[in-house]
Design a protein around this ligand. Structure first.
Ligand SMILES: [Zn+2]
Length: 328
């Protein structure tokens, strides 16, 4: 991912060229902070953005007027002094998140503040083509736009792709498990739905989401591992920034060598983490299929609690078998 350069997950210093640009940049920073925190006092916003109180008051007034944020009186905190007004993201602003995989396309309506409002998993009969994914997404998004339009203002679509995505225009350069090469899915969906559509690598999206709303919230450094039917991806955050590495592969932890006598990986190497640890044998061992992958963790825990040790080795040909046969 050479073009997916280091991206700041948190606040980015902005330098507006003129007053209007500065105001827009400050509005963006304020909304970003409200989105990531879910709720914060006006005094916190003032402190974190390093702006004076009257500027913050003007920014919040504009965000509220645009229907992006809501300001309310805080509940009693027991603190001495004048209570600071509380700002929360608007409940009516949402985006559509799409994750195509080898066995299904998952589509979710996600509200500002990171709240998943609704999630639909559409099982495909086989590995879907980009054209099939576009058709499925269009149908489900149109359905959501109709049924949810009373309460949600949908602002765009984001695609989380298990593969290499060009950051500049969302072109799927290569998705090995889906068998896609140079697929302009984001551009086509934008044309077909009229929404703004962006795309990125799924593990990268997962890392940002986990850092912002999940286990990494409040941390400055994080290593994220992402396991799905397409293998293992990852992301590394150092000092609040996603690390891309010299060639953009810093987060490709699925291709870390873990067994030099291990299974052959689709990348051509032997014994990669992704080739050694797969979801499929884990699901099979506890009698689940891909559609019930969310139940994997409790099912494995139940099996272990019951004293059974599920065989999760699978039956993939191992290059190590040949290596051992070879004369020294
Ligand atoms: Zn590999």
């Amino acid at each position: 991912m050479p073009e997916q350069t280091s991206a700041r997950v948190g606040l980015a210093p902005a330098r507006g060229k003129n007053l209007d640009e500065l105001r827009r940049s400050n509005l963006s920073l304020a909304l970003g902070l409200i989105h990531r925190r879910g709720r914060l006092a006006r005094s916190e916003l003032t402190r974190e953005l390093g702006l004076n109180r009257s500027t913050i008051a003007a920014l919040v007034t504009e965000l509220v007027a645009r229907g992006l944020a809501v300001e309310s009186m805080p509940t009693a905190t027991g603190h001495v002094g004048r209570p600071s007004l509380t700002i929360t993201p608007s409940q009516s602003i949402a985006a559509i998140a799409v994750r195509p995989e080898v066995d299904a396309v998952t589509i979710a309506l996600v509200g500002l503040g990171g709240r998943v409002v609704r999630e639909v998993r559409y099982d495909t009969s086989g590995v879907p083509s980009a054209r099939e994914v576009a058709t499925i997404v269009r149908a489900i998004v149109e359905g959501m736009a109709i049924t949810e339009s009373m309460s949600y203002d949908i602002h765009g679509v984001g695609l989380a792709i298990p593969g290499l995505v060009r950051a500049s225009d969302g072109l799927v350069v290569f998705a090995p498990h889906l068998g896609w090469r140079d697929e302009p899915l984001a551009r086509k969906l934008a044309e077909q739905t009229g929404f703004e559509v962006s795309a990125a690598n799924d593990a990268l999206c997962g890392a940002i989401a986990e850092f912002t709303f999940g286990a990494g919230q409040g941390a400055t450094d994080m290593v994220y591992l992402h396991g799905g039917p397409s293998g293992i991806g990852g992301g590394i955050v150092v000092d609040g920034s996603l690390v891309s590495g010299a060639h953009g592969y810093a987060g490709e932890l699925g291709h870390t060598l873990v067994n030099s006598l291990g299974a052959l990986c689709h990348c051509g190497a032997t014994g990669c983490l992704e080739a050694e640890v797969r979801r499929e044998p884990l699901l099979t061992a506890v009698g689940l299929d891909g559609a019930h992958a969310d139940s994997l963790r409790p099912a494995l825990q139940a099996a272990l609690d019951a004293g059974t040790r599920p065989d999760v080795r699978g039956s993939r040909p191992r290059t190590g078998d040949h290596a051992r046969d070879r004369p020294a």
